[in-house]
Design a protein around this ligand. Structure first.
Ligand SMILES: C[S@@+](CC[C@H](N)C(=O)[O-])C[C@H]1O[C@@H](n2cnc3c(N)ncnc32)[C@H](O)[C@@H]1O
Length: 205
């Protein structure tokens, strides 16, 4: 059942510290950022959507790119400020990015879009396409199966958390409709102990 966006934001404020304690800056999914950066120009502008505490993504982007971290959770942004002091940060919702059209060369969105109701995913991908320059790249985690569920007491935090995804095939179709070509889909180790599906997509010129 859909969990309201404000409730998801409050949940992230509440679980941010526990989640950060379970995350590191390295690992198979973090290494994908090196591949992304290798294909980008020097000083590329990279928007990290749902940056969270910054350990997984921003710390691997700063120094190699002009990184902007975006998250709607104030506590996550406080942790990101500590982890990646040189990154620019903004508090915003990924369904309405405070970024100009065509202003970024790449977007990373790790373990983030599936915390938004799947009914909103097409709007999120349209926003991603809007802010990316033609040929810009999107590297993101995708929910492999269909789900729309709330898990109580996530990470023994006492707070509920929400995941929502239409599944792999529908997501690839939504990306296509938003103007992306999928370059690859790949399962990689997830730092919380399972496997996560990642997609690299390119915005059509
Ligand atoms: C699972 S965490 C992942 C954090 C980070 N990307 C990582 O991989 O470590 C998901 C993040 O997405 C953020 N988020 C969820 N829904 C959002 C929304 N609608 N707009 C902006 N951020 C959102 C949460 O606050 C949280 O920080």
């Amino acid at each position: 059942m859909t969990m309201h966006r404000d409730a998801v934001r409050r949940a992230w404020d509440a679980v941010a510290d526990d989640y950060a304690a379970k995350r590191r800056a390295d690992g198979e999914d973090a290494a994908l950022i090196e591949d992304l950066l290798a294909d980008l120009p020097a000083d590329a502008r990279v928007l990290d959507v749902g940056c969270g505490d910054g350990q997984r993504t921003l710390t691997n982007l700063v120094g190699a790119a002009d990184a902007l971290g975006l998250d709607f959770s104030r506590r996550q942004l406080e942790l990101a400020r500590g982890a990646a002091p040189d990154a620019r940060l903004v508090q915003a919702d990924m369904t309405a990015l405070p970024v100009a059209d065509g202003a970024v060369d790449a977007i990373t969105a790790y373990h983030a879009v599936f915390h938004v109701s799947r009914s909103q995913h097409p709007a999120v991908y349209e926003e991603f396409a809007r802010v990316l320059a033609p040929g810009g790249r999107l590297l993101m985690t995708v929910g492999a199966g269909r789900s729309d569920a709330t898990r109580r007491n996530w990470l023994d935090s006492g707070h509920a958390m929400y995941w929502s995804t239409p599944g792999r095939r529908a997501t690839v179709s939504q990306l296509d409709e938003a103007g992306f070509d999928v370059v690859w889909e790949r399962f990689v180790d997830d730092p919380l102990g399972s496997q996560a599906l990642f997609v690299l997509a390119e915005r059509r010129p």
